[in-house]
Design a protein around this ligand. Structure first.
Ligand SMILES: O=C(O)C[C@@](O)(CF)CCOP(=O)(O)OP(=O)(O)O
Length: 326
């Protein structure tokens, strides 16, 4: 019996990953840059044993259906082949999110799975190798191996496509990210499906792709110079351009709801009133607001005086993945 456990934190991209060059290997079309956060994480335990006849996957103590289990099994096959092991496993994943409103991310889940499974089989992977493995589970998961700021270098092969930590002299500790949980009933299009449709059909996609390198350079310069306004501006621009591509997809779609737009407009209004804050958006209606930690309370007050219904969740910079001893 071989057991391993890991805790991995979610990350939010400031320069977005949106589109794959290789679906199977999950090689992206562009580099991306993220901030790992402390508010949401996943703890996963993996037990390989001769006693287990087939892979089983429990999420928050619920046995998952065959569709979800197959995805986990395919990922475990990667780990088993690296370890020359053919044992089946039980996977127990627990999402620690302050609200059930769909904030759990595949990034923390797949990163924790990669950490736990490789630890169980004593693969002893270096962070870069663990990032490569997590990438095979979900692209953004490769960034959750690191704490603080991480850059996913797209590379052009399984070996060269992984994230690296961005040196930041602790700038991440000057930041807060506030999640405005916008409850939206309509079924989201998964990021995997959304980006595939966009790459294949959107007239705006090439424009997005050509804009990423300079945005990435701006973001890295802003981090190096601890320039919050520059980082916020390029973060908001990256999100708007990424989401702009979905409007020109066929069929067109958007992840934004009416409430999302209201919150984005409120962020602009608060910023125009003199409080530096910037939003970003991913594959859902929730709005994430980047603010300097010293202005966190002022921003929460401004938000609370305008939006009563939504939930606000405050996050700060989070740590690297942690392999937990049994
Ligand atoms: O996180 C970002 O850079 C931007 C997004 O969140 C925008 F929605 C995409 C994340 O995509 P992911 O879930 O990693 O896709 P997978 O590789 O198909 O599993």
């Amino acid at each position: 019996m071989f057991s391993g456990k890991a805790r991995a934190y979610t990350n939010i991209a400031l320069i977005k990953y949106w589109g794959k060059e290789d679906q199977e290997l999950i090689i992206p079309m562009n580099n991306s840059l993220s901030l790992t956060l402390d508010a949401f994480y996943t703890e996963t335990q993996v037990i390989f044993s001769e006693e287990i006849s087939e892979d089983r996957f429990y999420l928050d103590n619920q046995l998952q259906d065959s569709k979800a289990t197959v995805k986990v099994s395919r990922f475990l096959d990667l780990v088993r082949s690296k370890a020359h092991c053919n044992l089946s496993a039980v996977v127990q994943s627990q999402n620690f999110v302050p609200t059930a409103a769909g904030l759990a991310s595949s990034a923390s889940g797949l990163a924790a799975l990669a950490g736990a499974a490789s630890a169980a089989l004593k693969l002893d992977l270096a962070p870069e190798e663990l990032s490569r493995l997590a990438r095979r589970g979900s692209g953004s998961a490769c960034r959750s191996i690191y704490g603080g700021f991480a850059e996913w270098q797209k590379g052009d092969s399984d070996k060269t496509s992984h994230a690296v930590k961005i040196p930041s002299a602790g700038f991440e500790n000057d930041l807060s990210m506030i999640f405005v949980v916008v409850n939206d009933s309509k079924k989201d299009i998964s990021s995997r499906d959304g980006m595939q449709r966009t790459v294949e059909t959107s007239a705006f996609y090439p424009g997005w792709l050509t804009s990423v390198p300079q945005d990435l350079a701006k973001a890295k310069k802003a981090i190096a110079e601890k320039d919050f306004v520059a980082l916020g501006e390029v973060t908001e621009a990256s999100a708007l351009k990424m989401h702009g591509t979905t409007l020109a997809a066929n069929p067109p779609f958007t992840y934004w709801s009416a409430e999302s737009l209201q919150v984005m407009n409120l962020v602009r209004q608060i910023r125009n009133n003199g409080l530096a804050c910037y939003f970003t958006m991913d594959a859902g209606p929730n709005v994430k607001i980047l603010v300097e930690r010293k202005n966190e309370t002022a921003l929460l007050q401004a938000l609370n005086s305008h939006i009563a219904t939504q939930q606000l969740v405050v996050a700060h910079a989070g740590p690297a993945i942690k392999i937990l001893t049994e």
